[in-house]
Design a protein around this ligand. Sequence first.
Ligand SMILES: *Cc1c(COP(=O)(O)O)cnc(C)c1O
Length: 475
Amino acid sequence: MSDVFMEQGLSDEEIFSQLDAMTADDIPNDGSAFAFVYDAGKEAKEVARRAFAKCMTGNGLDPTAYPSARRLENDVVAAALSHLRAPEGAVGTATAGGTESVVLSVKAARDYARKTRPEVTAPEMLVPETAHACFHKGAHYLGVKLVPVAVDPNTMRPSVEDMRAKINANTILLVASAPSYAHGVIDPIEEVGALALEHDLLFHVDACIGGWVLPFQRELGIEQPEFDFTVPGVTSISVDLHKYAFAPKGISVLAHRKPELRDAQYFTCAHWTGYSVINTTTLGSKSLASLAAAWAVLRHLGRAGYREIFGRMYEAKKQLVEGVEAIDGLHVVGNPAMGLIAVVADKDLFTLADRMTAKGWHLQPTYKFGSSPTHIHFGIDASNTHRVGALLADLREAAVDLPDPIEAPEPVVQMIEMMAQGAGGDLDAGMMMRELGIVDGKLPAEQAMIHRLLDAASPKAREALLVKFFGELFS
Ligand SMILES: *Cc1c(COP(=O)(O)O)cnc(C)c1O
């Protein structure tokens, strides 16, 4: 019998003390995390919590049975459309997150092409190397070929010329980010929009992470490239509310310039014996909790609340960028438009990361890919702006006397590559994890060796290793 599913239920007290223990090691929201955490403070969280609980049992499957599903979604989508300066007639959908918004933008493009360009039998989309992995997921799930677009190694912006050169009779969709997750860089949206118009193609702008922030930065007089529906040629935009709108996980918006595109995003099925299905997103039954929480947080903070937070975050971004550039041997990659900062080191980066972990910081070491170097990712959030000074002081100290870059042991890298190709028999993932010091699903305090191996491995091998790793975690 399972310890969790016992004959008799437990008291609330026991249940919640167990939950406290369960969550004790999670990343705290105390400002020590420069990744993962999106937190506008206690009051906003309390408002979200109450709205979440209130609407937890509603079902977005049927907005005629749950009118609140329709009202809440229409309100939140209208807020997003006006925030993104969408034209009259634009429409949108509340989705469960950035990945779902992006995957659905690909589905909409594919099904719209099926209808309007039936001669296209092998659809392709042009996606910058720096675009989020969820475009690869959309390509994989939906049978659309992803054609990568090269990025400039200095600016980390995609080459519009490379994109132009890769357009062919099968191209259905162009993609750009505003900004990219890794480097916080806004792609040349106006140029790609012009290209889309010239070739009569759809163009999705992934503003999942920046879409709530950038319009306020513009209001604050900060200079930045345009990215929204005022740019000719942009046909859809994704924006996550569970990132910098500070709603709990499970809410994003996918906005379309034309209703015909959203029609192509929907899925319907009357070919079975149960109720006739229309799903606006990938889920069937879906909770209204996160949608209601987002609605409530928008109401709670108001435009003034967000503007204040994003002004503070922008100042913190400047402080961090200038502070890093002033440290010997550390550099910022590209020119981040907001608080998403990639930092590289002349010396051993993963030793630096371990030293920062030992000082109590939660950062995101990131591996090299294409033109993007091995780096540490720093995300500025409402919850950590007041800690940037302390972070910089520790970075300055941690950057002293770093060893030269340390190579991963070649035989181990070769073993990983062989495993990824399915050669050399089945790797004992459990043994390998114990070797690397991973115990009970927890990474060791010093992770440099693990990162070095993954950084040295090919992307394919990294993927294979991660499957093994997660198989172990969830068994
Ligand atoms: C976070 C992010 C996504 C994916 O969003 P999830 O909510 O994690 O599914 C897509 N694009 C960008 C630029 C992002 O930062």
